[in-house]
Design a protein around this ligand. Structure first.
Ligand SMILES: Cc1ncc(C[n+]2csc(CCOP(=O)(O)OP(=O)(O)O)c2C)c(N)n1
Length: 327
């Protein structure tokens, strides 16, 4: 695999604090959702990405509004970073009229064209040919927008994955493929579904670069994404970035994940992306107690407000089920 050049970057203290805010907001959103599921408040399947936040923050941080993301079931945080208000996102989880699809859909399939968010597909891997189509559109229209397409290592074993990467490689499309390799596809561990160690090497078969990185290091994810986004924008084609990570909760909130050991979970929790980034920020004197407290208070207020708003929002009327069906 040819080495991908390290992209130089410099982030101002305010930008680093913004990254810290997003990491913590996305964590808090998912953690609150997990509690709300147990309280029977949520009307959607919930697939938290707790432990994987650095991937979303590192990949979305360098995007423009016109760029598109193709998120997965575990990527609610990417909606927030692309500009969906926490209130609206929480309403979506509660299936209220104030949600993205006005209560007619689970959280997993909604998109927001104006914000560059493409609705997810149920079939794993099927979002990738769609991402390729989007990239092809940008190429034909000669606009320098970029597509960031997310998928799990499980999805990388589907035919759609290979067709999408092949087409993207042949057409040199402006796509950054982000593999969230969290070690399990539902209950299936990596070694039972793949005979290779790194999904990243699959890119070589389609004529472009792939790199495997620490997906729990937000700056490593940002650095790799920055380079890949710049290449895509310049017309130099796709890149595959495999982010090694781990999901702390089960596949969904109803999965108790008996197929893994406590030791394994403890090992990955010790690699939590948030404390490591906090240590870095404190060592650089970007973050102190007061700043951290202010950010945490802002997050608590945002999440409390979102839950309150969603709880009090109206339910959809039955007759609305048949409106907005056709474009
Ligand atoms: C083609 C297809 N096969 C099976 C499923 C059922 N399914 C939903 S999520 C999931 C596991 C996905 O694993 P991975 O792609 O690694 O993503 P992760 O959930 O780990 O983030 C499975 C098997 C599906 N939705 N689509």
């Amino acid at each position: 695999m040819p080495p991908i050049k390290r992209t130089k970057f410099k982030l101002a203290p305010e930008q680093l604090l913004e990254m810290f805010y997003w990491l913590k907001l996305i964590r808090a959103f998912d953690e609150r959702l997990s509690i709300l599921v147990k309280q029977g408040q949520v009307r959607s399947g919930v697939y938290t990405g707790i432990g994987q936040e650095a991937i979303i923050v590192g990949t979305c941080f360098g995007l423009r509004k016109e760029d598109f993301i193709c998120p997965l079931h575990r990527d609610l945080g990417s909606f927030l970073m692309k500009g969906v208000e926490a209130r609206v996102m929480m309403s979506q989880m509660f299936a209220k009229t104030t949600g993205l699809s006005k209560g007619r859909d689970s959280a997993l399939h909604s998109g927001v064209t104006e914000l560059g968010i493409f609705g997810n597909t149920s079939m794993l891997g099927a979002n990738l040919p769609i991402a390729a189509g989007l990239g092809y559109t940008f190429k034909m229209e000669k606009v320098d927008n970029v597509v960031v397409a997310y998928f799990g290592e499980g999805a990388s074993n589907t035919g759609d994955f290979h067709e999408a990467l092949n087409f993207a490689g042949v057409q040199q499309l402006p796509i950054v493929f982000i593999c969230e390799n969290n070690q399990y596809a539902y209950s299936v561990p990596l070694e039972k579904s793949m005979a290779i160690d790194d999904v990243a090497i699959r890119a070589e078969g389609y004529g472009f670069d792939g790199v495997a990185i620490n997906g729990n290091d937000v700056l490593a994810v940002y650095q790799a994404s920055l380079g890949a986004i710049a290449r895509a924008r310049a017309g130099d084609g796709p890149t595959l970035i495999e982010c090694k990570t781990y999901r702390w909760h089960g596949h969904s909130e109803h999965d108790k994940a008996f197929y893994r050991t406590d030791e394994e979970l403890a090992m990955w929790k010790s690699r939590d992306p948030i404390p490591t980034f906090t240590t870095y920020l404190r060592a650089r004197h970007v973050l102190d107690d007061d700043k951290q407290k202010a950010i945490e208070e802002r997050i608590t207020t945002t999440i409390d407000d979102a839950v309150e708003f969603a709880l009090n929002a109206p339910d959809p009327a039955p007759e609305d089920a048949v409106t907005d069906l056709y474009a």
